[in-house]
Design a protein around this ligand. Sequence first.
Ligand code: 0A1
Ligand code: ZN
Length: 880
Amino acid sequence: MKTEQPKAIKLQDYTPPAFLIDHVDLEFFLEPEGTRVKSLLKVRRNPDSSGPLHLDGDTLELLSIAVDGRALQEKEYLLDEFFLEVEGLPDKFELAIETRIDPVLNTRLEGLYLSGGNFCTQCEAEGFRRITFYPDRPDVMATYSVTMQADEAKYPVLLSNGNLVSQGKGEGGKHWAKWHDPFPKPCYLFALVAGDLACYADSYKTGSGRDVALKIYVQHGNEDKCAFAMDSLIRSMRWDEERFGLEYDLDIFNIVAVDDFNMGAMENKSLNIFNSKCVLASPDTATDADFERIEAIVAHEYFHNWTGNRVTCRDWFQLSLKEGLTVYRDQEFSSDMRSAPVKRIQDVRTLRARQFPEDAGPLSHPIRPESYIEINNFYTATVYEKGAEVIRMMQEILGREGFRKGIDLYFERHDNQAVTCEDFVAAMEDANGVDLEHFRLWYSQAGTPDVAVTWEYDAASSLFTFKLSQHTADTPGQHNKQPLHIPLTIGLLGQDGQDIPLIQQGTNSGDRTYSKTLRFDCEQQNFSFTDVPPGAVPSINRGFSAPVKLSAMYSDDELLFLMENDSDLFNRWEAAQSSATRLILKMIGEIQSGREPQYVSGFARALASNMANPDLDPAFVAQLMTLPSISYISEQMQVADFDAAEKARSFFKHAIATELCGSLKALYQQGVAGTAYSPDAASMGRRALRNAAMDYLATFEDDRDCRELVVRHYETADNMTDRMAALALLNDFSGAEREVALAAFEQRYQQDPVVMDKWFMVQACSRLPDVLQRIKKLTSHPGFSYKNPNKVRALVGAFASANPVRFHAEDGEGYRFLADNIIHMNAINPQVASRILAPLGGWRRMNPKHQKMMKSELKRILATEKLSGDVYEMASKSLG
Ligand code: 0A1
Ligand code: ZN
């Protein structure tokens, strides 16, 4: 904790470390209060740098320090609150350091801490300095040997990175184990676990014949919830061999699930540590969305073994080097496992819900930031999700094969190195003989480009011309943005709804293509196509080839035409979203001016034609039926009005339900046919479609039959997907059904903390007016704890980020509640405190009254004593 204003760290100030470390030997004497850590480092001077030996340290008690066996006197080193420096050292030496730490006091969950009575670690980004004095930076890579000693009865399982070398019994009921990791790694990938855990085991044979033992460690009693994560791991291992030629490199791969964790999961070398909710799944406890998330995260962490671990980041400004690339890889994996268009739609929904607002607000930053106060604040949707979009654009430009060549060269050049985003782009260029100079701007320029498209048709020459222009608005600290190299994939649909072959003017390519990726890299640019019949309708940014905000001159009818005909399913969905957004915005205007909203029926008809199309994947149709969120709609307004947006959206949904009532009921009934639950894509799609139909039918809230339908759906559900779909609807009903269902849910799952998160979250998201009173009461529920990040996110975080109507309540109570909780959490866990703060930064888009209330809460947060760097950075930037 810092009291003075913390200082920013800048990319331009990067200097290589003065000393390198070849090997780390660690010894842990594990005790909840007072763990002793002995570290023996093989150190040598870095010929490319100079200066004293600088070791980071945080909340450590130094017990001793010795160079080549000689203990140093206090005057021989400089010990500050956050570092230890030694001067006048030989070029090569052994450094022995002993420290003492208190895992039981560690509520920040960084470094070594206790979760459910078990020891575990989290070192990314800068947690290792809370374990021992060390150059805590990713460009110092070393091999590790780790010995740990602990009480055998309490901690029968002892794990660290790499291979188990030896183990044995000690005195006084203690036992020990020694692990060795032969791959050099930065300290953020170090991990240790000691506890009483059950093990779910399987194995995998790699393409080249290596047998790998796979183990998932969980709390006793949870073994029956590991099968899906294990299956996901095995499929990831195979997929990475097939798609990228990347094989696993050790004989053992462990996953440990813990209940207390700041993020989703962590890719520590061969010892991944997961938030329980990202591992544990059974049909009765996890929704289809949970299964999909678990599959994606297991894959993500596994894929990091190459993109992140074997080749790591030189410094934390390069975070997107490993995260953007690994998100791209996990997206591709999920896309191959399930429906590609549906996956793309889900990813774009996430990007629009999380990254676009970030890039349009006070926290906007490039995927490679130039400065930070607290690196933990930069595990953002921009670094992750936009980072993945930038990688995807490169693969769009280079083609799949070209991209693969680039990846191969990247590993050939940089295995076992800590490198930069620039090294990645250079490998892509060199492997393909292309120039990506202009494209590189995506790494340094923040903000979402606005792309405007108009078109002209010349009947005499059958020439169709796209007229493109791009503009990126200023973001904090960045003005006068340059045009980007945007790969924009387009198509043309004939009046019969079929794709028209594309013949670009000025190119003499003979191949017939129906989709083409244009290189759009100037402020304004035209692209013409010949032999186009009259009445063609363009399909633009197919597959969301570039992460831009598109405005195109479509008429309402053209949007509906695309919604019914586009062969690019992403763009079919996109047309539905654009059409719905346009209609809802119009209704908002009517509501705001005190008029009755007007309903236009074309949208429902286009929806119905998709619902009746047997060739379409039910999962896709369910996506098409899901209207844009209130938050998304409000972002399209000059001044957000969540109440009006909510009213308009509900009105629209109700009107569609009224018009399509018959087909919705039929769709709902069709889905009833009861087969046993399976988390495969087809079964998920069927459930999604049936639940989407129910969602519309529930808008007849005053109709007894419909209320009963939802209640029955809840009561007869044989899986969590259906149960939660119904509970989410009952949760907004004002009658007794809601209380009955919530009580039954609590009764059934009170022993399962992962499931109880859903119970907290659903209540935090209720539309009912007394929601905040209920949330406040729930903070003293026995299942709630401020020390558990999942609980805080489920109740407080979800209220602020996913219940805009109530969060922005007229009396400002929502803002006050969030600020109170941030201040409270600042002292317990600053990472969690700062991650729930972002909604307060949205004040610029509110009316003056709300602006004032939001800003005054930000000021109150900033006036908190002992404010962490994490919260200081987020609050001060949000205030602007
Ligand atoms: N590297 C992990 C995410 C992660 C980052 C930071 C953490 O603690 C501050 C924990 C996990 C991933 O991308 O999965
Ligand atoms: Zn990651």
